[in-house]
Design a protein around this ligand. Structure first.
Ligand SMILES: Nc1ncnc2c1ncn2[C@@H]1O[C@H](COP(=O)(O)OP(=O)(O)OP(=O)(O)O)[C@@H](O)[C@H]1O
Ligand SMILES: [Mg+2]
Length: 762
């Protein structure tokens, strides 16, 4: 190992590759860039490796017109790889103060980079390392003056991502409250305007109450004018303020909405596929939309309740000040109202729960019918579906009526009490004034009439709050049922990101689907070197697709170990695996958009040329060019303008565009007509060049080119070998082969099929 620090730019890449793996990687990726850029990339890769992430320079995809990676590009690249990265301006002093021993990337003025690997505060120096040098090169001590000559502050900070930890927070009321609370400033403004509004709404009442007697008694027009002026000012002010408050509430709600939506979608997409396979889309959707109710509650009713509480805290003392006896009666009446409502809360809450689940059921019938419309029409199931829909609609409607009937009770029962608060109290006041020598003046009575009614409102809405909390909690429960499931977030953001070669090993893998009685894979062990083309055959249900699912990390709770290039798959980052493994299924979903967009599928940095190359390899070029607009032909939802074979070839092209090291094809050609199948099969050797292929197929003839074929039965490996070996020695394989190729059967055309060869295997 070379011990002297290297001079950036000196020495050829081939020589360096023996010393520094990054250089080798850059060389492999045939990135033809200046030494400065190489230094920059090497620095980033060095730091990433320090945090356990292996960066692949191919994923940076430098463009010829943009040969030098800008700091934002580097940051995106790092973030894409699951690291935390930020560009910040720093100075020498700040750098010396950092305690963290992790290396820091300095972006030098000449386009290169250096790594800060240590610091000596007493000597006032930083230890820098040339990222292009060997891993064991000594660091160079640099003082402030020297650093200033080559660096003006651009710094890249990189850390292991803590994404996973933050995301594991449970979706509940507290989390939502925290979200609302993060807009403290708006909340404060709303609170201030609300309090002012409350006070303003009391002003006219108090003014009228105190002055009306004087005005009438002394015929004082000037006082009346003054009162009118005061009232007008108060009203205008109130109008302006309530306009402002409404606006702030809307902003708050919109902000919360945006935040919630982002979080929900992010979480939803990080749920494992298993979850979506088990749950109906309609049920998931209807549960998720419940979040709207929670938002309304948080930004509407909850906030209003606080305002009501404030209103009460002013009103009640005021009423007691005016007349204690009357105030007591009003308070008692209002409390009775609250009690009545409290009694009905639970039954109403239960009813709401029933309505929610009935609506979820209704929603899922609708979604399912639309989703499966082809089957519905093909099997003439319209009437059955309609009947089902009718039943669900009726059920929901009935429940709504029942709920309204129930909700009517507390409203009806509390009405007389509410009226007492407004009119009853003054009648009582008048009675008291007439029959006792308790002095109650007219002004007080007017005051009671105007204010008393306002006590009941807040009290009732506060009791209603209990119900709202219950509803909101029910809604949160529904949303939480989806979002609080164990998700893949951790596996998606953590773990190794090695460069794959494609060697696959199953070591004693046993896997059982949830709820299944027997294992789908039973102590399966096999090993294939990188670059192998492996065919999987076996009867339906023998576990072929399960192997491909485990390889994709769709199901992860297996026992035993799956190793990719010797690394346990559980330790490898899940997103990294899925990005690097191509997958083509029997039925592939194409997105709305052009043919080109579908092949590129939103992967950054890929060009039209890449799409054409992939299409050619997949045997799709020929038909794409015959489409009305070639690569720009628009594919509709469900791709009705493409045939099955064409769709399939597009899917293969889409899988190939990122040049995956492992390509899995599960019955990818089964739905194709013989001609398209022949086209794909003719290309399969070219497709398989330089990568490991796992091909599941019922048609054994399409597996003839495979290096190895594995025969499965009931989740077990029965045999593994080449076609000729298997025909010789594996009974199951021989049976399948001669069944499909009767003309080749050694015992004449029909015998092979009728002869019970299968039983010989066990
Ligand atoms: N999502 C699932 N949930 C529960 N059990 C499943 C699930 N998928 C497959 N199975 C079961 O696991 C076993 C293996 O299924 P798998 O799909 O791997 O078979 P396969 O060999 O691909 O069959 P086919 O040739 O019909 O596609 C079967 O017995 C099947 O019933
Ligand atoms: Mg299958």
């Amino acid at each position: 190992m070379n011990d002297t620090p290297r001079n950036p730019g000196s020495g050829d890449a081939g020589n360096q590759s023996a010393v520094n793996p990054d250089m080798a990687a850059l060389h492999d990726a045939s990135i033809d860039v200046s030494p400065q850029v190489q230094t920059r990339l090497a620095a980033v890769m060095n730091v990433a490796r320090y945090h356990g992430v292996e960066m692949n320079p191919e994923t940076l995809r430098l463009r010829p017109e943009d040969p030098s990676p800008t700091p934002p590009m580097l940051i995106d690249w790092l973030r894409e790889a699951g690291l935390w990265a930020r560009g910040v301006p720093m100075n020498f002093r700040q750098l010396t103060k950092i305690e963290d021993p992790a290396p820091i990337v300095l972006l030098l003025d000449d386009g290169g980079a250096a790594l800060v690997v240590g610091r000596d505060r007493e000597k006032h120096v930083l230890y820098l390392r040339d990222p292009r040098g060997g891993l064991h090169d000594p660091a160079v001590a640099v003082d402030e003056l020297r650093l200033k000559q080559v660096w003006s502050g651009a710094t890249l900070l990189v850390r292991a991502s803590r994404n996973g930890v933050g995301e594991e927070t449970v979706f509940n009321l507290a989390l939502l409250a925290k979200m609302v609370w993060s807009d403290k400033l708006i909340l404060r403004d709303i609170a201030i305007s609300s309090i002012t509004l409350t006070l303003l709404s009391l002003v006219p009442i108090l003014v009228v109450m105190r002055t009306i007697g004087t005005v009438l008694q002394f015929h004082s027009t000037s006082t009346l004018n003054l009162v009118i002026l005061l009232l007008i000012v108060a009203v205008i002010f109130e109008a302006l303020l309530s306009w402002g408050r409404k606006l702030m509430e809307v902003i708050l709600a919109a902000k919360l909405d945006a935040r919630l939506n982002l979080m929900i979608f992010d979480r939803l997409l990080s749920l494992p596929i298993e979850f979506f396979e088990r749950q109906q889309a309609g049920v998931i959707t209807s549960k998720i939309v419940q979040v709207g109710k929670v938002r309304d509650f948080l930004t509407g009713k909850l906030m209003n309740t606080f305002i009501d509480l404030f209103m009460l805290s002013i009103l009640l003392p005021l009423l007691f000040y005016i007349n204690a006896t009357l105030a007591w009666t009003v308070l008692i009446a209002a409390s009775l109202i609250a009690a009545i409502i409290a009694v009905f809360l639970r039954p109403l809450g239960l009813m709401t729960g029933r309505i929610i689940s009935a609506e979820a059921g209704k929603g899922s019938v609708l979604v399912e019918s639309i989703y499966g419309i082809r089957t519905v029409k093909a099997l003439a199931l319209e009437s059955t579906r309609s009947a089902d829909w009718d039943r669900r609609v009726a059920e929901v409607a009935e429940l709504h009526v029942e709920q309204s009937r129930l909700a009517n009770w507390p409203a009806t029962l509390s009405m007389p009490l509410q009226r007492y608060c407004s009119y009853g109290a003054i009648t009582l006041g008048a009675y008291i004034a007439l029959h006792t020598n308790n002095p109650v003046d007219a002004a007080s009575l007017t005051g009671f009439m105007l204010l008393g009614g306002r006590v009941a409102g807040p009290l009732v809405s506060m009791t209603g709050l209990l119900e709202d909390v219950q509803n909101a909690q029910a809604a949160i429960g529904q949303v939480g049922e989806v979002l609080n499931r164990p998700n893949e977030k951790y596996a998606l953001t953590h773990g190794l990101r090695p460069r794959f070669e494609g060697a696959i090993e199953f070591d004693d893998v046993t896997f059982k689907y949830e709820g299944a009685k027997t294992a789908a894979l039973d102590k399966m062990s096999f090993k294939i070197p990188a670059g192998t083309m492996l065919g999987l055959v076996g009867r339906s249900g023998s576990g072929k697709s399960t192997i491909t699912r485990l390889l994709q990390g769709i199901n992860r709770d297996y026992s035993g170990a799956i190793k990719i290039d010797g690394n346990d798959m559980r330790e490898i980052n899940l997103r990294h695996i899925r990005k690097n493994f191509g997958m083509v299924l029997q039925d592939n979903f194409l997105f709305r958009g052009s043919v080109r967009d579908n092949i590129i599928a939103g992967r950054p940095g890929l060009s039209f040329e890449d799409a054409v190359r992939a299409a050619r390899l997949a045997g799709a070029e020929e038909f794409i060019e015959r489409l009305p607009n070639g690569y720009d032909t628009f594919i509709q939802e469900g791709s009705p303008n493409l045939s099955g074979g064409q769709k399939q070839r597009l899917a293969i092209a889409r899988a190939l565009i990122s040049d995956p090291k492992v390509l899995i094809m599960d019955e990818a050609t089964s739905a194709l007509d013989p001609e398209s199948e022949a086209l794909v099969n003719a290309n399969i050797l070219r497709i398989g060049k330089g990568r490991t292929m796992v091909i599941v197929s019922h048609r054994l003839s399409s597996l003839l080119d495979c290096d190895l074929i594995m025969v499965l039965d009931r989740g077990r490996t029965m045999d593994i070998g080449t076609h000729y070996e298997l025909v010789e020695r594996c009974a199951i394989y021989r049976h399948l082969w001669f069944q499909q190729n009767r003309h080749l059967s050694p015992e004449g055309s029909d015998n092979a099929a009728t002869k019970p060869v299968l039983t010989q295997g066990h």
